[in-house]
Write a protein that binds this ligand. Structure first.
Ligand SMILES: [Zn+2]
Ligand SMILES: [Zn+2]
Length: 323
């Protein structure tokens, strides 16, 4: 059992300080890259026609099933929460705004970015796609794709914690002090640029098996569940799958944040000695406080009123400037 709290380090190097703010160029560069990819994606979708355009967005179109799952878990959270709080807690309300923002604007953005990125990947296709192997069953390649997506997501998540510009975008997700399943959607839209390479494993197995939408939907549900405000450790299975108690340690307001980086599988953390498993007894007694110490990102919990719209806009704007 690895104990948490030893060798506590802060991710990346940024901390908000008072003073005159200047434009932060690395995030402007990421915005430029997102705009360029979106423009390429728009162009490509126009050429592909509606069928392939829908196909390009099939992962995001699995959204209604994932949304139903998220709302069901939100109900369970109210019955047996890890941390009891009102249904209309400020954190829940703002994260619900993020969910609506995700469904209406971020999903189309991800489709555009994905289509633009697919055009770039097409040039590398001969090197990325595994050769056809007819004697290996298709499901083996689907399993390989899922493991590949999760490994890439782990690497990108680590990069989000190590590279200051990406950490400033990812910090919006970590700023939540009232963690719930809705926090899955609390993310800066530009952070999705970093996760585009998660599509590579799907492309790699393409000549052997198409990854079914139902598998991607199940993956999205298992990736959302660890944010739930419940005490579940998954028991022994929690050594392999990321549980809510395990991911809550990653969101801890104190100590290391560059641990427990897994999305669905904990194996990448275990292999890199970054896995901190919750003790079963502790998960039943202690609830870890979440959020960012010093509140470098504006949060809805500060001040006498939540000001949801203003807080969300300032969370979006914050990474674009520095002192
Ligand atoms: Zn993180
Ligand atoms: Zn999280």
């Amino acid at each position: 059992m690895v104990e948490r709290g030893r060798g506590a380090v802060k991710p990346a190097t940024w901390q908000a300080r008072p003073g005159r703010r200047r434009i932060y160029l690395p995030v402007i560069a990421i915005t430029g890259l997102a705009a360029w990819l979106s423009w390429r994606g728009w162009d490509a979708l126009g050429r592909w026609g509606i069928t392939r355009s829908v196909d390009a967005g099939r992962f995001e179109l699995a959204g209604p099933a994932v949304l139903g799952f998220v709302l069901a878990v939100f109900v369970i959270e109210q019955i047996r929460p890890a941390q009891r709080r009102p249904v209309l807690a400020r954190g829940h309300l703002l994260d619900f705004c993020y969910l609506v923002f995700y469904a209406l604007l971020v999903v189309p953005l991800i489709v555009l970015l994905g289509a633009g990125f697919a055009g770039l990947l097409a040039r590398l296709e001969p090197w990325l796609v595994l050769p056809r192997v007819p004697w290996i069953p298709g499901w083996c390649f689907v399993a390989l794709a899922v493991l590949g997506i999760d490994a890439v997501d782990w690497l990108v998540h680590l990069a989000n914690h190590r590279i200051t510009a990406f950490w400033r975008l990812h910090a919006v997700h970590h700023s939540q002090e009232e963690l719930s399943i809705l926090t899955t959607y609390r993310a800066h839209p530009l952070v999705h640029v970093s996760f585009l390479i998660s599509a590579v494993p799907i492309l790699a197995v393409e000549s052997n098996a198409a990854t079914p939408a139902v598998v991607l939907t199940a993956y999205a549900c298992l990736g959302a569940l660890p944010h739930a405000n419940v005490r579940w450790t998954y028991g022994r299975v929690g050594r392999i799958l990321v549980s809510p108690a395990y991911h809550r340690i990653h969101h801890s307001a104190t100590g290391r944040l560059d641990i427990n980086l897994g999305t669905v599988f904990a194996v990448w953390d275990a292999l890199s000695r970054r896995a901190v498993f919750p003790a079963r007894a502790a998960a039943n007694r202690i609830v870890i406080e979440t959020g960012l110490g010093g509140r470098p990102v504006p949060v809805e919990q500060s001040g006498p009123r939540p000001h949801l719209g203003r807080t969300m806009l300032s969370q979006m704007a914050e990474p674009f400037t520095s002192t």
